[in-house]
Design a protein around this ligand. Structure first.
Ligand code: SF4
Length: 483
């Protein structure tokens, strides 16, 4: 499908929306209507205060002339709504999130609520202006209600610490994270861990000088348990020595891969103060695990969960992915029920994302994933077992434009996940691929990036400490320091 935009420069939203219907979209921007193909194009002509929209879908024409309402929503939003209705008519497809292309629909709801102070007005806007389905509106309002006390309890000088260990036993075919296989980068691990510990010590010292309050710690990556047990102990011990963990409300370590996580490592994690782990089956189907390049079976996963319970963990998250190659709706339901039976306190259901950085995007096409919506519908089973949705985010290029949702048993909601996804608390990141986000008093966000890959992180480590200084300078500028 080709999108022709004539005399229109503000095109981000309309381009994103069009891509949701037509994944192979190409875009041409000109100031005069060019010669058009015989079929499969969208033509949008900006006439100043009005737009002519033409959709040619498989030779069939659909047209609409839109006059912008100066009292109405933003011009681009009005254009998106009109285009959406034409796309829906042409393709016979509705999108559960309507014209919303953003990553954080709950935050949008909260911001509208803040300016409107009436949740019913906000719900109406989601329904009539953004064309969001009733089911997704309910998902948003449930999460919005559950997050409310967490958000109201936040204080400006609170922060969370993210620690990145960007190594994995092998690379999953759908992965687009900064993560290196230990087969190719194992020799970097010892040097990386030494530098990481130094960055953690530096961060702790600076945060203490300002008087910031550490609320949660999240160690992710990659897979932190991919490093050796002594290296893991080195990092965990450093964290314990640097921070007063008695004041930390939540400490999570990703022990995502059963093929590198054993009782010894889980005991180390527990011994040094973490109280929550994430062990991720992704699926309970062994043929699917093989298809995505994970070197473990679902039995390995169950062994790993039993080890975590033996080590004393009372809060375990399990990640699943809907839409993996070779998976079926029944297979997905079986995985979901498997996590419930194992007593997961949190279950996070992701929808597969076709990111360019992953290997999977090269091999598969969107039409292979027609069952994904049906898989996501299976999430309703979770409510029967007492799980409530408590955070959500969307990603570009997610199959069927669906969402990722964290479900939790009451009292086990991960604060860190709420903070990071809703961008309501400062997160200070250590390690390669880490991004520190300082949240200002008015909700402003300043980002400071660490180097992405372990090689550059090790090679130019002094630059990392300078970037940390930048993070704390920003905190100071916002007045985040003790008198
Ligand atoms: S375990 Fe996670 S970070 Fe590691 S390769 Fe797989 S998807 Fe990527």
């Amino acid at each position: 499908m080709e999108l022709f935009l004539i005399n229109y420069n503000t095109h981000y939203e309309i381009e994103q929306l069009s891509r949701m219907f037509f994944r192979d979209l190409t875009v041409t921007k000109t100031d005069a209507v060019p010669s058009l193909p015989a079929e499969n194009y969208v033509l949008i002509v900006n006439k100043g205060g009005a737009f002519d929209i033409t959709v040619n879908h498989k030779g069939q024409l659909y047209t609409h002339s839109l006059t912008i309402d100066p009292e109405g929503a933003k011009e681009e939003m009005q254009l998106c709504t009109a285009a959406y209705l034409l796309y829906e008519k042409a393709t016979g497809t509705s999108l559960p999130w309507g014209v919303l292309t953003g990553v954080r629909p709950v935050r949008l709801m909260r911001n509208l609520y803040k300016s409107n102070e009436n949740i019913q007005n906000v719900i109406n806007k989601f329904k009539t202006e953004y064309l969001v389905s009733d089911e997704k509106i309910k998902l948003c309002t449930d999460i919005f209600d559950l997050q409310k006390p967490v958000i109201e309890n936040g204080r400006p000088m609170d922060y969370s610490l993210y620690i990145s260990i960007p190594f994995c036993p092998s690379r999953c075919s759908y992965c687009s994270f900064v993560s290196t296989s230990i087969k190719s980068a194992g020799h970097l691990m010892a040097g990386y861990v030494d530098n990481l510990c130094e960055e953690i010590r530096y961060t702790a010292k600076k945060a203490e000088q300002l008087g910031l309050n550490l609320k949660t710690i999240y160690m992710g990556g990659g897979t932190p348990t991919a490093i050796t047990a002594p290296m893991l102990e080195q990092v965990m011990k450093t964290v314990q020595e640097c921070f007063d963990l008695s004041k930390v409300e939540e400490y999570t370590v990703e022990a995502g891969r059963p093929d590198c996580t054993d009782l010894e490592k889980l005991q180390i994690i527990k011994k040094y103060g973490a109280d929550r782990v994430s062990i991720n089956p992704q699926t309970f189907s062994d043929n699917v695990l093989k298809a995505i390049g994970r070197n473990h079976t679902h039995r390995d996963f169950i062994r790993c969960v039993n080890d975590a319970r033996k080590a004393g963990f009372k809060s375990i998250n399990m990640d699943l992915i809907a839409g993996l190659p070779e998976d079926t709706v029944e297979g997905f339901e079986n995985s979901l029920r498997g996590c419930i039976e194992l007593g997961a306190e949190n279950i996070t259901v992701h929808t597969l994302t076709m990111k360019r950085a992953s290997n999977l995007v090269i091999k598969n096409e969107e039409h292979h994933y027609d069952d994904v919506s049906k898989m996501i519908e299976k999430n309703s089973i979770l409510a029967e077992y007492g799980y409530q949705p408590y955070y959500m985010y969307r990603q570009k290029s997610t199959v069927k434009n669906l969402e990722n949702v964290g479900f939790s048993q009451s009292g086990h909601e991960s604060l860190y996940n709420i903070y990071i996804m809703e961008e309501i608390q400062t997160i200070i990141s250590c390690g390669a691929g880490g991004v520190s986000k300082v949240v200002g008093p008015g909700g402003e966000i300043d980002r400071v990036y660490n180097y992405k890959y372990p090689t550059e992180y090790i090679k130019d480590f002094s630059a990392i400490l300078k970037r940390k200084d930048e993070v704390f300078d920003i905190c100071r500028q916002y007045g985040y320091q003790k008198d």
